[in-house]
Design a protein around this ligand. Structure first.
Ligand code: SAM
Length: 198
């Protein structure tokens, strides 16, 4: 198990008090990540924020099937809306956003920065924001072919700019986070940027 779920599992394995209490996923899709987290941590609650209404319906059904429907709140909303109404991220100790922030780059970068600041302010002390996203034009042998294709596709056909590890670290630091760590994922180009609030 990799990514943010793996990180939370390992952390809770080391310190039982580190189990997440309230997790928010921005651009949650059908909430597969949150359903798995809720199953592993029976004391936790979660919010799935997702702009696509049919995905939200499927998220609710998946949560019911898994027996965690009473602990998952699904909101049909845009990530951008968090810049002006941070209520979906209130009281979180973990906020995740997977492969959704790059959709705001470059046209809505200021809005994205506003969302990051709201996340930082809303997190409980000791909380973390985890951004999973694709890194552009990675040069190492394992990732370079796939990274070149993904970067080109996003730029030429979608008008999107993927951020480098350094750009994410600068952006998250500017949003007020005290430390930022970047972890490469097994998925080529995949990066997990973990920003902590003291
Ligand atoms: C590439 S998928 C990633 C899904 C999931 N986060 C994951 O990592 O597997 C992006 C998801 O974000 C949603 N999305 C795209 N733009 C969004 C926005 N502005 N606000 C909220 N959700 C958005 C899409 O509908 C889709 O479910």
């Amino acid at each position: 198990m990799g990514g943010i779920h793996g990180l939370l599992s390992r952390r809770a394995g080391h310190h039982s008090r580190a189990a997440p209490q309230h997790v928010v996923d921005l651009g949650a899709g059908t909430a597969r990540l949150l359903v798995n987290i809720l199953r592993e941590f029976p004391g936790s609650t979660a919010v799935a924020l997702e702009i696509d209404a049919p995905s939200c319906e499927e998220a609710r059904r998946a949560a019911e099937r898994a027996g965690v429907g009473d602990r998952l709140t699904v909101m049909v909303r845009s990530v951008q809306s968090v810049a002006t109404d941070p209520s979906p991220v209130a009281d979180a100790d973990v906020i995740h956003a997977g492969f959704v922030f790059h959709d705001m780059m470059p046209d809505e970068e200021d809005l994205a920065d506003g969302v990051l600041r709201q996340c930082r302010d809303a997190l409980n002390p000791g909380g973390l924001l985890a951004i999973t996203d694709a890194a552009p034009y990675v040069t190492n042998e394992r990732e370079r072919r796939f990274s070149a294709a993904v970067t080109y596709f996003h730029k030429e056909f979608m008008g999107r700019r993927l951020l480098t590890d350094e750009e994410w670290q600068a952006k998250l630091t500017a949003a007020g986070f005290s430390s930022v760590e970047t972890v490469p994922l097994r998925f080529p180009t995949g990066r997990l940027h973990i920003a902590r609030k003291i």
